[in-house]
Every structure is written in C-alpha cells, then in structure tokens.
Design a binder for this molecule. Structure first.
Ligand SMILES: NC(=O)c1ccc[n+]([C@@H]2O[C@H](COP(=O)([O-])OP(=O)(O)OC[C@H]3O[C@@H](n4cnc5c(N)ncnc54)[C@H](O)[C@@H]3O)[C@@H](O)[C@H]2O)c1
Length: 347
C-alpha cells in the first residue's frame, strides 16, 4: 500500500492556496511541484513551499513521484492540463467548474477513463457538515414529497474583481458570469438535494458590471420528480448576501443560509433532530464569500483532497467525480440557452 501521495498544482493564482494549505495538513500528502505560465508566480510559490516549480505543466507531469494534479487554472483552461495529466497516468482534481462546455467535460471524463485515472471536481459545499446532514435527510424521505427547491445566490463582487483578472466575466475563459463562476456551488447543491433538473426558463443580463457575461440571472426550474424551483444568481447586488438554499416538501421545510439553518420546520417535529440542527448551526463557519472572493474556510478542500486519496486506496470513484461535476454545468448551459433563445429549454 502506497504511504504517501505526491501532489502538483497547475495554476498558482488565488485558489491554489486552498489546495496547498490543505495538502500541508494531510500527513500522507506532499507537494512535489507547482506550475504557472508566469514562471515568477510559480517560483514565488515553489520557493515559499520548498518544492520544484515550472512554467509548463508537461515538465511537472514527467515526475515519477507525482500522483495527483490539482488543476487551478482559469475555468476555460481546465481541459488541457487534465487530459495531459490523464495521459501521463496522474489522477486529477479540478477546480469548479469542471470545464465551461459539456463537450470539453466529456473529453476530460473520456481521457481519465481511458487512462484509468480518477477525476474529481471541487465542490467544497458538499463536504460541509450542514449540507451533508440536509442531503441525508432528503435521501431518507424526511421531507415527504419534494414540492419546491430554490437557490438564492445574491452576491457582490467589486469592479476590481473583474478588472484584475482578465479571464473573469468572459465567455471563452470563465464560460459565463455569476452563474458559472459563483452560483455554481449552490446550483450544484440544489440539484444534489432535489435530483435531476428536467427543464429551465431564464433571463440573464449584465446589469452592473462592464463584463460580456451575466452578473444577474433568474431561472425557473422543473425537476424530473415534478418539483419546481427558482435559481437567482448575481454578483451585482451590493453588499452581497449569504446564499440561501430552500427545500420544501409535503412534510416540512428547511432553509440553509450558508452553513446555518434558519428554518427547520416539520409537521412531525423531532426534538433530537432539532437539537442537531441547532448544534450544526452554532458550529457553522461564518463565511462572507458573498462579498469577498477569498473569505472562505479551506477545510472542505482538505476533506475533498482526502477523499481523492481514499478513492485511490479503495479503488472507487471520488465522491464528486466527472459525471457529478458535469451536472451543474449542464444546468447553467441550459439557463444561458434559455435566456439567449427566449424559450424554455429541456435538459
Ligand atoms: N472552489 C472555490 O471556491 C473557488 C474559488 C475561487 C476560484 N475557483 C476556481 O479556480 C480556478 C482559478 O481561479 P483563480 O481565482 O485562482 O484564478 P487566478 O486568475 O487567480 O489564477 C489562475 C492562475 O492560472 C495561471 N495559468 C493560466 N494558464 C495557465 C497554464 N496554461 N498553465 C499554468 N498556469 C496557468 C495564471 O497565470 C494564474 O496564476 C477557476 O476555475 C475558478 O472558478 C474556485
């Protein structure tokens, strides 16, 4: 049995810190190299972390001591390093969104399957205790018949957020705006809880920022199980608000704001369950990522990296594999199509 796993990072920007700090906390993980197309960025991180650095990921991929690659490049540049890593026999953890088109995602899944390596998509919210608890309750049928599921992601980003990284808010590199970059986390949770989305009808627009993609979006969704719901996603709403996930069923309702339950109300109340909800809400991390892109806790990233190590050891799929990562992108792509074509779109 392998005792330690060599990690490499491709893309030394803002989110790479979450991966590096997580790797440092995992006893069986070690960082062997980092890559950035701007070698001075890679050098600063490599020297700081005491590992090798490169400007071309193909050089990193030659290393026999490299097992797992974390892809932290701009969203529209996830496929190339992922496919190259798969061909080099390395497992891959890819930041969200897995990629910005379903065609590219399918080619990544195929390359990983053909080369017998594992592919994981980062969706840290699924690794948070409150969301996990809610998911299990939905699976157990606690809500009865699911009637409505909503995701409200009324966030704010400054104009500098877009102007300091030229790929953000572009179709070719960000693949969209508020939905594809920010709201995707909660859209993934919504579909994870409520099940497959079967159709959407939507409006999207850039109402505040000078970007080519949307900063404001509203969609009505129908789920395959017949339930209805709403997705509201934005980076245009000052000062930014905690994201809210609402699950309504025939037996009761839950409202989760970030990691805190603000409503847990069922026809047949259960004291033990209510105590657990209170405990989870009190322990919740007070994230302000609705207004600050880097204000989040790295712990769920660590859990997700640990899940990849466990998946390799147990020879199973990672908890959020390529097929799971694909689902939220399919919903968002359908919302964009609905808004562009002015009609409902079936998935
Ligand atoms: N999970 C989360 O909560 C979270 C948060 C922020 C960003 N992200 C995702 O992480 C990804 C990166 O976002 P960011 O904010 O860190 O971006 P960033 O612009 O800060 O960093 C991207 C880095 O990739 C480098 N790069 C570009 N092309 C490259 C190439 N071919 N080879 C090597 N390096 C290359 C850039 O020079 C830059 O340093 C995006 O997909 C984003 O959606 C996820």
């Amino acid at each position: 049995m392998k005792k330690s796993f060599g990690f490499g990072i491709v893309g030394c920007g803002a989110i790479s810190k979450a991966h590096i700090e997580s790797i440092k906390l995992i006893p069986e993980a070690r960082l062997v190299g980092v890559v950035d197309k701007f070698v001075e960025k890679a050098k600063a991180v490599g020297e700081g972390e005491g590992c090798d650095y490169y400007s071309d990921y193909n050089d990193l991929l030659k290393r026999p001591d490299l097992d797992i690659v974390c892809v932290c490049t701009p969203s529209g540049l996830h496929a190339e390093p992922t496919i190259a890593s798969a061909k080099a026999g390395k497992h891959v953890i890819v930041e969200k969104p897995l990629e910005i088109t379903l065609e590219k995602i399918d080619s990544m899944i195929k390359a990983c399957e053909e080369n017998n390596v594992k592919l994981a998509t980062i969706f840290p919210n699924r690794f948070k205790k409150a969301t996990n608890y809610l998911w299990k309750k939905v699976q157990d049928g606690r809500f009865g018949k699911l009637i409505m599921g909503d995701a409200y992601i009324k966030w704010y980003r400054t104009p500098e957020y877009y102007s300091t990284a030229s790929w953000r808010g572009t179709w070719t590199m960000d693949g969209g705006g508020a939905l594809m970059n920010q709201s995707i986390h909660t859209i993934d949770l919504l579909q994870w809880m409520m099940g497959k989305v079967s159709s959407v009808v939507a409006y999207t627009d850039a109402l505040l920022h000078d970007i080519e993609t949307e900063d404001t979006a509203v969609a009505i969704v129908r789920f395959e199980n017949g339930a209805l719901g709403v997705i509201e996603g934005a980076t245009s709403l000052y000062p930014g608000f905690p994201n809210r996930l609402e699950i309504h069923g025939s037996k009761g309702a839950a409202i989760l704001e970030n990691e805190k339950f603000t409503t847990w109300n069922f026809i047949d109340s259960d004291e033990q369950e209510e105590n657990e909800i209170k405990r989870l809400s009190e322990a919740a991390n007070k994230s302000t990522s609705f207004s600050d892109p880097m204000a989040f806790n790295f712990d769920p990233h660590r859990r997700q990296i640990e899940d990849m190590i466990a998946a390799i050891k147990e020879d199973r799929a990672p908890f959020i594999d390529g097929y799971e990562g694909r689902k939220a992108v399919e919903i968002i792509a359908s919302i964009y199509r609905s808004s562009k074509e002015g009609r409902p779109v079936d998935l």
